[in-house]
Design a protein around this ligand. Structure first.
Ligand code: NAD
Length: 293
């Protein structure tokens, strides 16, 4: 079992670190939030006073942070950048959803220092993180993928090798653009049904067995009370924040622009989430988009 430094114990990182501890790894955890750190300790992780302390003696480091600027700052820009604290040959797995360009840049800095850095963004939501059934989408070389796989298997069910550095982030951006479109469409259809007198639970059952079936309907229904254990049924707390979905749609639009690729549906979904965010809903789960309707 490995000593793993884990930085970023939020909605996703907290349960992921817990699953590593459950699998018998020695997890040295750090988060800027004392609450997040306390929860990780309850789940079997060791609380460390700083990120630098968390990576001491660790052969593997996992980061689960909000965006590219946090990852870059922590690993290569901070006064005590973590890449300057790691032994040669250490493996750094960034599970955050960030832009592919930053992932490639950080990987190049790592390589120059003899450190292995891979992008390994996840899909599956907080439920998947808690259940240890996440999908990991890895960008890196074949050897790095092989080294990361056994660690990732303690937190996930499907571990994909998307391609070289940055490829994991490109695949993740495609997936989340699709998810935003599906959630917006699901909210739109359910709202139309409700306004026309249908019971949302009955309409959801009908669509799940029909051609409108999709992930949002199956496991993430946006209407309160239709499904248990989803953010909609706890006032849209926890889950995947509107702010983060808006960030991901920005990443998708950047890729679309850089590759001159038409993404009109992604662009419409981004405008909807932007409007919802601008009305003070950034901290709510993204399924709260139904309130916009
Ligand atoms: P979150 O905001 O709940 O957690 C982020 C954590 O990082 C916070 O606890 C924060 O205190 C900590 N943090 C920030 N900067 C730090 C630093 N310098 N040092 C230590 N800790 C620091 O976010 P989340 O929902 O857990 O998402 C994390 C990443 O995973 C994001 O990139 C997000 O896009 C992605 N993601 C989220 C979901 C989801 O359903 N929530 C699903 C897939 C991917």
């Amino acid at each position: 079992m490995a000593t793993i430094g884990f930085i970023g114990l939020g909605n996703m990182g907290g349960p992921m670190a817990a699953n590593l501890a459950k699998a018998g790894h020695n997890v040295q955890a750090f988060d800027l939030s004392a609450d997040a750190l306390a929860k990780a300790v309850e789940a079997g992780c060791q609380s460390m006073p700083s990120a630098v302390d968390a990576v001491k003696g660790a052969g593997v480091v996992i980061t689960m942070l909000p965006a590219g600027k946090h990852v870059k700052s922590l690993l290569i820009e901070a006064d005590t950048a973590l890449f300057d604290c790691l032994a040669e040959g250490a493996l750094v797995i960034d599970c955050s959803t960030i832009d592919a360009q930053t992932a490639r840049e950080v990987a190049a800095v790592a390589a120059a220092k003899g450190i292995h850095f891979i992008d390994a963004p996840v899909s599956g939501g907080v439920g998947g993180a808690q259940a240890g059934t996440l999908t990991f989408i890895v960008g890196g070389d074949a050897q790095q993928y092989a080294a990361a796989k056994p660690v990732l298997e303690a937190m996930g069910k499907n571990i994909f090798h998307a391609g070289d550095h940055g490829a994991g982030q490109v695949a993740k951006a495609c997936n989340n653009m699709m998810l935003a479109i599906l959630m917006a469409g699901t909210c739109e259809a359910l709202n139309m049904g409700i306004k026309n007198g249908l019971d949302p639970a009955v309409l959801s059952d009908i669509m799940k067995q029909s051609s409108g079936n999709n992930w949002a309907l199956q496991v993430y229904n946006p209407v309160p009370g239709v499904m248990e254990n989803v953010p909609a049924s706890r006032d849209y707390q926890g889950g995947f924040q509107v702010d983060l979905m808006f960030k991901d749609l920005g990443l998708a639009m950047d890729i679309s622009q850089q590759s001159a690729c038409a993404t009109p549906m992604g662009s419409a979904a981004r405008a909807l989430f932007n409007l919802h965010k601008s009305q003070g809903n950034g901290h709510l789960d993204f399924s709260s988009l139904i309130r916009l309707y």
